[in-house]
Design a protein around this ligand. Structure first.
Ligand code: URA
Length: 247
């Protein structure tokens, strides 16, 4: 179980004010927890899950772990910094939230969908490691109509330049005359994997969206929006990658 701490102590450890001054800020209604003004100085919060703001500016404490689920829109790079000044996923977070944050894995600039953002290197590393077999689901609109034999190839593994992919799952969601929408489930994270798998079968990807990662999905989020993971979601993810003991 994580430790809950009293709001004035949290504000003091975040360098906002002394505990006594923090109590005054709370009494004045200037402090919000998860968007709702809080006026009781005795209120306890979970620093890993609750979002605390003073005058609408998020408060962070050193060493605090942050976990967000972002609906990455198309047109943003999955990187912390771009030397060419192009838009990055960091631009989608307010100043106070983005310190130390980085993306877990990668989505291409023209791919949209679910992207985890955190400052927890150990969890991120494990979520990306093929050993833990974290499932990722993608909705891919591909050119043409893949044959039954093409679809079987996903299950058998598809030969890419660095070797054969692990067995993937595929389901046809809809089919038109020119395009097909596939739901593809993989647990590896090779560079541009889905696009290269489809390209190898001569059905290039027209658009790609990651719709889930493990048990997480995009429900309730619009493109560019994000939300903090809940305490239970962080616990479940940690357990999935063998980090049970640290909670
Ligand atoms: N596979 C791809 O080809 N691109 C992505 O962005 C993610 C998976």
């Amino acid at each position: 179980m994580r430790e809950l701490i009293r709001l004035p102590k949290f504000l003091a450890s975040g360098g906002v004010a002394s505990r006594r001054a923090a109590e005054k800020l709370i009494a004045a209604g200037r402090v919000k927890v998860n968007g709702i003004p809080v006026r009781e100085p005795g209120r306890k919060i979970d620093p890993q899950c609750d979002r605390v703001e003073v005058d609408d500016i998020p408060v962070e404490t050193a060493g605090e772990k942050k976990y967000y689920l972002l609906f990455k829109p198309k047109g943003y790079l999955t990187t912390v910094r771009d030397p060419f000044g192009r838009p990055t996923v960091m631009d989608l977070f307010p100043e106070g939230a983005k310190d130390g944050l980085f993306p877990v894995g990668r989505l291409d600039m023209d791919t949209e969908g679910l992207l985890l953002m955190t400052n927890d290197g150990e969890l991120a590393f494990r979520l990306m490691h093929p050993r833990f077999q974290i499932e990722k689901k993608y909705l891919a609109t591909v050119k043409g109509v893949p044959s039954a034999e093409d679809l079987l190839q996903f299950h058998r593994g598809i030969l890419l330049e660095e070797g054969r992919t692990a067995p993937a799952k595929v389901k046809v969601c809809s089919q038109g005359k020119r395009n097909t929408q596939l739901l593809i489930t993989i647990h590896e994270g090779k560079k541009r994997q889905v696009k290269r798998m489809c390209q190898a079968l001569e059905h290039p990807v027209i658009s790609l969206k990651r719709v889930s990662l493990a048990f997480l999905n995009l429900k309730g989020l619009n493109p560019s929006a994000f939300r903090p993971l809940t305490r239970e979601e962080i616990r479940k993810l940690s357990v999935m990658v063998g980090l049970k003991d640290r909670l």
